[in-house]
Design a binder for this molecule. Structure first.
Ligand code: PRP
Ligand code: URA
Length: 242
């Protein structure tokens, strides 16, 4: 288990004095350039507080997870390439903006990653979604690959890889290996993740440094069963079956 200290910080807008802002545990900072952590706003911390609470039932867990996942997808889209695009408004003026360039697809790591598909569909209409079924062995925490079904032209797409939990990093790395074996360039993969452990983020960043990670929070560490701490327990169970 990691010994890292949980950082604590006042959360709230910069114009408010610290004495008027509550203090909360915020994400651990990590030195990896390819890992982008969402801004630790009061809203994000409140949503995370809801889903981390062991007394939060399934309906609320789904509702508040979905809100965080939507923030992750919206931020993730900022990391895809855009090109300049000028349009004319109804009052005849031109506006120089941008538009997305290139084709994308989602790939969820089943089962928990499927919880992130809805937010992706809400932001990217009719997006193609591939699936990779990887399960951690409950005793050893080693991942096992069971199945994959991916768009045929995936090598020509930007891939948004979806999994809410990055614990040891084994499952996500195995999924990236599958994508690379299908011809997807490492720097065309964007991993959207809700909670990461520092150990998982480190091994992921070192093994596949060109994969960009967008996460809501880096936690303190892993327990003896390789669960993230403080974490939120088993995401898949809480979202689907508990
Ligand atoms: C969980 C989680 C990740 C993985 C993370 O899945 O959704 O896929 O564990 O752990 P790791 O970083 O140590 O590999 P699990 O295999 O429990 O399956 P589930 O999605 O069906 O719950
Ligand atoms: N998978 C989860 O759902 N939670 C953890 O803490 C680790 C792996």
């Amino acid at each position: 288990a990691s010994k890292s200290q949980a950082p604590s910080q006042s959360v709230g807008p910069g114009y408010r004095p610290d004495t008027q802002k509550p203090t909360a545990t915020v994400s651990t900072e990590i030195p990896h350039q390819n890992v982008h952590i969402l801004e630790q706003t009061p809203q994000l911390i409140a949503l995370l507080t809801m889903i981390r609470d062991k007394n939060t039932g399934r309906a609320d867990f789904i509702f508040y997870s979905n809100r965080i996942i939507r923030l992750l997808v919206e931020e993730g889209l900022n990391h895809l390439p855009v090109v300049e695009h000028t349009i004319t408004t109804p009052v005849g003026r031109s506006y120089s903006g941008v538009k997305f360039e290139g084709k994308i697809c989602g790939v969820s790591i089943m089962r928990a990653g499927e919880s992130m598909e809805q937010a992706l569909r809400e932001c990217c209409r009719s997006v193609r979604i591939g699936k990779i079924l990887i399960q951690r062995d409950e005793e050893t925490a080693k991942p096992k690959l069971y199945y994959d079904k991916l768009p045929e032209d995936i090598a020509d797409r930007w891939v948004l890889l979806l999994d809410p939990m990055l614990a040891t990093g084994g499952s996500a790395l195995m999924a990236v290996d599958v994508l690379i074996s299908k011809g997807v360039p490492e720097d065309h993969i964007l991993f959207l993740n809700l909670i990461a452990s520092p150990e998982g983020a480190k091994s992921f960043a070192e093994r596949v440094p060109k994969v960009r990670v967008v996460t809501a929070f880096v936690d303190q560490g892993l327990d003896e069963k390789n669960y993230i701490v403080p974490g939120l327990g088993d995401f898949g169970d809480r979202f689907y079956t508990m």
